[in-house]
Ligand binder design. Structure first.
Ligand SMILES: NC(=O)Nc1ccc2c(c1)=C(Cc1cc(-c3cccc(C(=O)NCCN4CCCCC4)c3)c[nH]1)C(=O)N=2
Length: 297
């Protein structure tokens, strides 16, 4: 196909903002289809030495789009001009999951089971593709027009080489320089201490998101980031009264400081030990993307 350019799209409202990018709702002038275009500022990326992150995001999005799995934004094409890089991505008509949690205050257990199940399915696909998201949070979980999830923002993602999560000395040197951590409320203890992410780092974030869907707030909260980090490292959080007991059991098995002892941490080929948890009893994971999501109310 011919290389696209900004002339092929009508740019609409801003629907997302990042430190190096802005996301616009756009319409393809030829097909009238709606897309999200992520516009990345070249000079800013180069100045902040983030070119490797942008290349990795493009590579991960290509891997996911080629795999043809549900639950992720698709990358349709990329192009560039003198100032910017352009990623043409899926448009998620219903935006981020977070405003829905804030709007209803707390999901009922059926909604929590459904959306936790879709996120778990998505994490299984990532594990099988040897990808760690590293910044999973409700703002990066979008909702399409049928209210199914579309996970986005792989700008912090990691491709695990030959299924070995350990690191070589070059990786270790880079890691010590690597100031990356995810978003405070959802970052795992191992990313705060030894700066090495594991597949189980995304399972920690899943635990935080399940807690938030039920209680309305993330488990580790404080006025300042440093205080949040302290609470995470001390596993300092509580369950509100009336928190569903099966969900509480699952969250407690995911929010484990030692990433190797987290439920699912040692699973190969997906997360069977999490899928078999009583909280997901009766959920048909393979058909989730084909079923009508429960109304969020
Ligand atoms: N960092 C990134 O990669 N960011 C991306 C990437 C791809 C992408 C992306 C972000 C998208 C973000 C997005 C944002 C929105 C959006 C923005 C503003 C308002 C709304 C909106 O009002 N939706 C209706 C849902 N409301 C939500 C709150 C409760 C009532 C109903 C949606 C729709 N899609 C998108 O559609 N596709």
């Amino acid at each position: 196909p011919a290389k696209r350019s900004t002339q092929d799209f009508i740019f609409g409202k801003v629907i997302g903002e990042g430190s190096f990018s802005t996301v616009y709702l756009t319409k393809d002038v030829h097909s009238a289809k709606e897309y999200a275009i992520k516009v990345c500022d070249k000079r800013h990326i180069i100045r902040e030495k983030k070119t490797e992150y942008i290349k990795r995001e493009r590579d991960i999005l290509n891997m996911i789009s080629s795999a043809g799995v549900p639950f992720f934004v698709k990358l349709y094409c990329t192009f560039q001009d003198n100032d910017s890089l352009y990623f043409v991505l899926s448009y998620a008509k219903n935006g981020e999951l977070l405003p829905y949690i804030n709007k209803v205050g707390a999901f009922d257990i059926e909604c929590t089971r459904f959306y936790a199940g879709e996120i778990l399915q998505a994490l299984e696909h990532l594990q099988r593709l040897n990808i760690i998201h590293r910044d999973l949070k409700p703002e990066n979980i979008l909702l399409d027009e049928k209210m199914h999830i579309l996970i986005t923002d792989f700008g912090s993602g990691k491709i695990v080489k030959n299924d070995d999560q350990s690191e070589d000395s070059e990786d270790e040197t880079r890691r010590r320089r690597n100031s990356f951590v995810g978003t405070a409320q959802y970052v795992s203890p191992e990313l705060l201490t030894d700066k090495v992410a594991h597949y189980a780092s995304d399972l920690w974030a899943l635990g935080c998101i399940i807690y938030q869907m039920i209680s309305g707030l993330p488990p580790f909260r404080a006025r300042h980031e440093y205080a949040i980090f302290q609470k995470i490292l001390k596993l300092e959080y509580e369950f509100p009264e009336e928190f569903d007991s099966q969900a509480q059991d699952l969250v407690q098995k995911l929010l484990v400081l030692n990433c190797n002892e987290r439920l699912g941490a040692n699973d190969k080929d997906g997360y069977p030990s999490i899928k078999s948890h009583p909280m997901f009893a009766g959920l048909d994971f393979a058909r989730l993307h084909l079923t009508t999501p429960p109304a969020i109310s």
